[in-house]
Each structure stands twice: as structure tokens, then as C-alpha cells.
Design a protein around this ligand. Structure first.
Ligand SMILES: Cc1ncc(COP(=O)(O)O)c(C=O)c1O
Length: 422
């Protein structure tokens, strides 16, 4: 502590101190004194989460764009279409009708009823609207679920590769992640033995998954849920990519049991990423606890977005047009990727990503993606975002953009890959 005080008082950095004592300093991390001596303001260890690399790639692409160059965005999982027309109309009319004040914490009752109708439309199951809690994005649902279900130090299993923010949100809440190393034989999804062999407080799965787009069938999902039931492990199902499926329909965990937590969002199928709206379905006896948390953590999800969502839920015809684009883009990539030299991938069952093994070209996917962005101005995501252990040999490519953008991206990637095909 005394060292800290002296450092602070004289505004000394480690560099000067070592210089004064005649030491040779080879390399100094600019943040060294902040991180190591912590002589500035306090910051929490749990808050030191990793960056969300895809957002860093977006920023690097934006900088290239500000220089006047066109970048093709195949990095971010974001539909190129924007909110459906009816959603926008609802907002335009709603703006003059309401003050857009706080809504009740659980969400506008009419919206919760319409979300319940979606479960009937998609899966022919009846879900009590009372069990649906509207949140700021599905990201808000994760915070709600993790705080509502786990205590500091509890462990939650997630499949690796997986959506990067799961483990960072867990860390920020002082929870442990058990990274379940999945394999291509199991479609990069956890299996029942992973739950039996580990003492997990919770398991979080996604089907269709990000980054692989792989989907669990009903038996596989049931197997995982039964194993969780046996081990008293809380089962959380991230169903954000439901509605974007190619051959088979995605199965909801709610078709199997009500003793689970199901998270979804308006970001993907509904094409409303920036509106920040999602929801979680909880068992009856958790409603009040989650309501209290929602009241205190967020007050409510953005009112304007809830109004827009009322329109989005009546927009299936328009949204199904987006699906046609994803289907065409997927077919194009299945045909073109091998011709470019990208041969190691499994066609996605759902969502809008290809997860590609590029180990024959690089052992550093970060540098590989950087070179692609700089040389041919196509943004794609290094696999390290999804799998800290094996992701230096993989990349993820999103095809949620328009087919014309994708064709441009393919031409440019093809040029980049020509040097590897000699
Ligand atoms: C699997 C998965 N879950 C959750 C999210 C978070 O989405 P949002 O907060 O926009 O609903 C994403 C975003 O890409 C995702 O891929």
C-alpha cells in the first residue's frame, strides 16, 4: 500500500523508477502499472473479460470504410435486411400515441401474449404468457438467468466452440465456465456424458448453434435434458436462431419439458439486432424472482422496441423472404467454398454461419482474417472468438447479407485464396 501511495503522489511509473535505479527496461506494457500495481482507480478482476473479437473486426472494417473503401461484411451475425415493415409502421404510429415511458418490468402484456402465440405457431405448444419475460436482447436474458439461477462460484457448462459472450458474462458475474470440448462427430454439441461426468450447476446449449449452425434433434435434446435432470443441473436453451432452419425444424426445449429456461430474441429471425429485444421463458415458480431481478436490473426492455416487436410478430411473410435469401446464400457457399480451397466444413442445419477448418493454411486465424481484411477487404471472424483452445485453426463466415454482397465477397475471397491454390 505504501508503494502505491508513493507512486500515486509523484505520478511515477515503473519505467521511471527502473530508469532511476539504472535498470534496462526491455518492454513495458503501457497498462502495466494499472494492471499490476493497480495504482490508479480500482477495477475488478471479474470485469476483465476478453474482447468480443467480432466487434473488434467490425471496428477494423469501419476504419477501412472511413478511408473510402468498400468492405464486404461476412463477420457479424446480423441480417442485412433491418426490421420488417410492419414493425417500423407500428413505431411510427406508436410515437404519436404514447410517451414511450417505462413499461411493466416483465414486458407489455400484449407482446407476451403474442410471443406465446409464436410457440403455438412454431411448435404447437401452449406456453402461458405469464412465464414469458421480455428483456433487452437475449443478452439481457442471460444476465437475468445467470443471476437468478446461480451463486458466485457456481459452474455452468457450455459447448466449445460456442458464442463467446456466454463465458464472458459468466465471468463478469463471478461464475465459472466449464468449457465442454465438443467434436465434429457430435455436431460440435455437448452429449449426455459431459453432464454425467462433470458436476455442473447449469448447462447452456444453443441449437442451432453459433458458430457451427448445427442442430440437436429431439432425441439428442431429450438425452441432454434427462442427464441434467438426473444430476440436478439447470438446463438453459438458447433458441435465438429458431426460425432459421434449412432441412429439419428446430426443436424447442419447451416441447420436451417445462423444467428448463428458454431464451430467444428479436435479433435474428426477426431481423432486429439493434432494437435490443429478447425474451426468456421460465418455469411458473421462478416468475416472481425473475420479475424482481428484471425490475432492478433493467426496469424494462426498451418500450419503443416492444411496440415494434408487436408488428414483427405479424410479419412472417416478409421474414420468410429473408429465409429464401439465407437458403440461396447457403447453397452458393456449399458450392463455392471448396472451389476457393475451403473444404473442411459441415453445412449448417440452421442459423447463417459456416465454421471452417483452415488449419492447412494457417495456425493463426487472427492473422489470417486480418490479411483477408487488409488485402481484399472482406471481414470474417477468427475462430479464436468461439474456441480459445482450438480456434486459431478455424474461421467463421456469416451469410446473413444480401446475395449480391455475398457474391462480391466470394470473388474477393477467391482472389485472396489463389496464392494458396498454386
Ligand atoms: C448464440 C447467440 N446467443 C445470443 C446472442 C445475443 O443476441 P442478442 O443480445 O442480440 O439477442 C447471439 C448474438 O449473435 C448469439 O449468436
Amino acid at each position: 500500500m505504501r508503494f502505491k501511495a508513493i507512486f500515486k503522489k509523484f505520478n511515477l511509473s515503473l519505467f521511471y523508477i527502473m530508469y532511476l535505479f539504472g535498470y534496462t527496461v526491455i518492454a513495458i506494457d503501457l497498462n502495466f502499472e494499472n494492471n499490476f500495481w493497480n495504482i490508479r482507480m480500482k477495477n475488478s478482476a471479474r470485469g476483465r473479460v476478453d474482447p468480443f473479437i467480432v466487434m473488434d473486426v467490425m471496428e477494423a472494417a469501419r476504419q477501412i470504410e472511413t478511408l473510402g473503401h468498400e468492405v464486404i461484411h461476412l463477420e457479424v451475425g446480423q441480417p442485412g435486411t433491418g426490421a420488417p415493415t410492419l414493425a417500423k409502421e407500428k413505431v411510427i404510429n406508436g410515437l404519436s400515441d404514447t410517451t414511450m415511458g417505462y413499461t411493466v418490468a416483465l414486458g407489455i402484456p400484449e407482446l407476451r401474449e403474442k410471443i406465446a402465440d409464436l410457440y403455438w405457431r412454431w411448435y404447437k405448444i401452449k406456453v402461458d404468457p405469464e412465464r414469458i419475460i421480455v428483456t433487452p436482447g437475449s443478452s439481457g436474458s442471460f444476465i437475468l438467468a445467470f443471476t437468478g439461477l446461480f451463486d458466485v462460484g457456481d459452474t455452468v457448462g457450455i459447448g466449445s466452440p460456442g458464442y463467446p459472450s456466454y463465458r464472458q458474462i459468466l465471468k463478469a458475474l463471478s461464475l465459472n465456465t466449464c468449457a465442454i470440448k465438443t467434436t465434429s462427430d457430435n455436431k460440435f454439441q455437448p452429449v449426455a456424458t459431459d453432464i454425467i461426468d462433470n458436476n455442473l450447476d447449469g448447462l447452456l446449449i444453443a441449437s442451432p448453434a453459433n458458430p457451427t449452425g448445427s442442430m440437436l434433434n429431439k432425441d439428442e435434446l431429450e438425452g441432454l435434458m434427462e442427464a441434467c435432470d438426473q444430476k440436478q443441473t439447470v438446463f438453459i436453451s438458447d433458441e435465438i436462431y429458431h426460425g432459421i432452419e434449412y432441412d429439419a425444424r428446430a426443436v424447442s426445449a419447451l416441447e420436451i419439458s417445462d423444467d428448463c429456461f428458454v431464451i430467444n430474441s428479436f435479433s435474428k429471425y426477426f431481423s432486429m439486432t439493434g432494437w435490443r429485444l429478447g425474451w426468456i421463458v421460465v418455469p411458473d415458480d421462478y416468475i416472481r424472482q425473475f420479475e424482481r431481478l428484471a425490475q432492478n436490473l433493467f426496469i424494462c426492455a426498451p418500450h419503443i422496441s416492444q411496440v415494434a416487436a408487436l408488428g414483427a410478430l405479424d410479419s412472417h411473410d416478409e421474414l420468410n423472404q429473408n429465409l429464401k435469401t439465407y437458403r440461396a446464400n447457403r447453397a452458393l457457399l456449399i458450392e463455392q467454398l471448396p472451389k476457393m480451397g475451403f473444404k473442411k466444413f459441415a453445412p449448417p442445419d440452421g442459423a447463417f454461419y459456416f465454421y471452417i477448418d483452415v488449419s492447412e493454411y494457417t495456425d493463426n486465424s487472427l492473422n489470417f482474417c486480418k490479411a483477408i481484411l487488409e488485402e481484399v477487404r472482406v471481414a470474417i471472424t477468427p475462430g479464436i472468438d468461439f474456441d480459445p483452445e482450438r480456434g486459431l485453426e478455424t474461421v467463421r463466415l456469416s451469410y446473413a447479407c444480401s446475395t449480391s454482397d455475398l457474391k462480391k465477397g466470394i470473388r474477393r475471397l477467391n482472389n485472396f485464396m489463389s496464392k494458396y491454390r498454386l
